[in-house]
Design a protein around this ligand. Structure first.
Ligand SMILES: Cc1cc2nc3c(=O)[nH]c(=O)nc-3n(C[C@H](O)[C@H](O)[C@H](O)COP(=O)(O)OP(=O)(O)OC[C@H]3O[C@@H](n4cnc5c(N)ncnc54)[C@H](O)[C@@H]3O)c2cc1C
Length: 495
């Protein structure tokens, strides 16, 4: 049975929602209800695919994802997936747990400067490899890297090629320092992916003041004037209302703007087009999103290599780019994806282009469209072109392992054409910024994640990032949710 009210209703049990629900229920006097649209599990029946860090269960037919139609460019359509299960995208992701860089936070409000967030990054992790001023030893997320002597042949050969091309070796990618090549920090222990549902939520799921309901979609935040007073849910048995003092939306960068708009909070013109009553005109909802465009360069190997390994063990960072030597073909790591050739990924880490999340319909079950607007800016195309040139040079230098002539000649030479880039384009699945934090007219939440102009309503997930960080967003998402929960706690228990 669903409770009829809770002090806090958390919408979405993904990466951030798991952290928020667990941390807010630390206070036994606060009742917390976590509502997740996708399927759930308990501590004793975590699905194997969600535990196994070497598999990303996001291929066709997966039970653990939600799929969305996307336009990568004006002419390039795609289907994009995100976690649609307890644990969200963090339950199915690549387990690459690297922090945003210090200068990423210059785009955030001052209260989120690097100095202010570093203690939180330390608090969330237990790093198996590093200690000292940049690392934590007692946090809930285990962080480790593949030992150098155990690196997969693709990773080891990539590091050698990058080092001989004079890229600096970076021992610790989670500490400030120069760009270069290094080992990826992963939220993995004993081969298990420790996303926030495993690290934060399941250990406390039996608490009497915490209720977790999966297969339950929130279809609307209920407002009374300018105050959120609860949510309306659908769970297969019908629609019902749940009252709350505080609604915390953690539905992710696609569904958080969707839910706000379905609730009448968003750009007034868009809401009218959809036939939704305008409750609060907030123009920034859904717009100005950022993600990392990624082009992949296929190649062939000279010899067999192990087909089971963490998908990404090492990366090379240059200003504006991340080069990713995926260890195994996507077909081996993503069941059903069918991609047989190994690929080297080239990621634009500081894209200039901005996208948006567009609703086609006011029906809650109708998936929004992701309009990425990738490659719209010349600077983005040129930086990616430069990245592809670096990548083909590295593949040439990996000749012990990479079959000569197996890399598409059109990728090298003077650099790939715009058409080549578009044909090899994908996304790193790091969508951010569709309900941006800030104080300008397009900001959706303030620096404490409170929806501007509405009482009792917060958004806490990567949608509030001012911009996608120049690294994978997951560690930063966990930091955000952890810190948000601390601020709610401090409000209730002032010093
Ligand atoms: C395949 C894949 C691989 C990735 N790999 C990496 C990586 O290796 N490293 C990295 O840093 N980042 C990675 N990312 C990105 C990272 O995992 C996400 O940015 C992060 O997990 C997002 O967290 P979130 O809390 O914002 O949203 P999510 O974790 O997506 O959570 C949103 C949750 O809300 C639920 N929900 C949505 N709407 C409703 C509703 N109306 N009612 C109730 N529930 C709802 C969803 O089902 C979902 O569980 C990857 C993402 C994907 C999809």
């Amino acid at each position: 049975m669903l409770p009829q009210r809770a002090d806090v209703v958390v919408v979405g049990g993904g990466s951030c929602g798991s952290v928020v629900a667990a941390r807010l229920s630390d206070d036994p006097d606060r009742s917390v209800l976590l509502l997740e649209a996708g399927p759930g599990y308990g501590p004793s029946d975590v699905p194997r695919e969600i535990r196994d860090a070497a598999t990303l269960p996001v291929g066709p037919g997966s039970d653990w994802v939600a799929a969305y139609p996307a336009r990568l460019t004006a002419n390039r359509a795609a289907i994009v997936v995100r976690g649609g299960v307890l644990g969200g995208s963090g339950a199915v992701n690549g387990a690459y747990f690297v922090r945003a860089r210090p200068d990423d936070f210059t785009r955030w409000p001052r209260s989120w400067s690097y100095d202010r967030v570093l203690p939180v990054f330390r608090e969330i992790e237990t790093d198996a490899d590093f200690s000292g001023p940049f690392h934590g030893a007692s946090g809930l997320v285990p962080v480790s890297r593949t030992p150098e002597e155990l690196l997969h042949p693709v990773s080891g050969t990539f590091v050698e090629a990058a080092s001989s091309a004079e890229w600096e070796w970076v021992d610790d990618l989670n500490a400030p320092g120069p760009d270069g090549v290094g080992r990826v920090p992963m939220n993995v222990r004993d081969g298990m992916r420790y996303g926030p549902s495993l690290a934060y939520l399941l250990p406390v799921v039996e608490r009497s003041n915490l209720t977790v309901r999966s297969d339950t979609r929130v279809v609307r935040v209920v407002l009374s004037g300018r105050r959120a007073i609860g949510v309306e849910v659908e769970d297969g048995t019908g629609t019902r209302r749940i009252a709350a003092e505080h609604v915390v939306v953690c539905a992710g960068a696609v569904c958080s703007p969707q839910l706000l708009m379905l609730s009448g909070i968003g750009p007034a013109g868009e809401l009218r087009r959809l036939g939704v009553e305008v409750r609060h005109d907030l123009p920034g909802v859904g717009s100005g999103s950022t993600d990392h465009p990624e082009v992949t360069i296929p190649y062939r190997l000279r010899r067999d290599v192990p087909l089971r390994a963490p998908l990404l063990e090492t990366v090379l960072h240059t200003s504006g780019l991340e080069l990713r030597p995926y260890t195994v073909p996507f077909g081996a790591a993503i069941p059903g994806s069918g991609v047989v050739d190994p690929v080297l990924g080239v990621v634009l880490t500081r894209p200039r282009s901005r996208g948006q999340v567009v609703l086609d319909s006011a029906k809650p079950w109708s998936p929004p469209v992701l309009d990425y607007n990738y490659l719209g800016r010349r600077e983005d195309r040129d930086t990616l072109r430069q990245g592809v040139r670096i990548a083909t040079g590295l593949l040439d230098a990996m000749h012990d392992l990479v079959e000569p002539g197996s890399v598409d000649a059109a990728a090298g030479g003077a650099g790939p054409s715009d058409a080549w880039l578009a044909a090899h384009l994908g996304t790193s699945l790091h969508l951010s910024g569709s309900c941006r934090m800030g104080d300008d007219e397009n900001a959706v939440v303030d620096d404490r994640c409170r929806v501007r102009g509405i009482e009792g309503l917060s958004v806490v997930d990567t949608s509030v990032f001012p911009e996608v960080p120049s690294r994978g967003p997951h560690a930063t998402a966990v930091m955000l949710a952890h810190r948000f929960a601390a601020s709610v706690h401090d409000d209730r228990h002032p010093e």
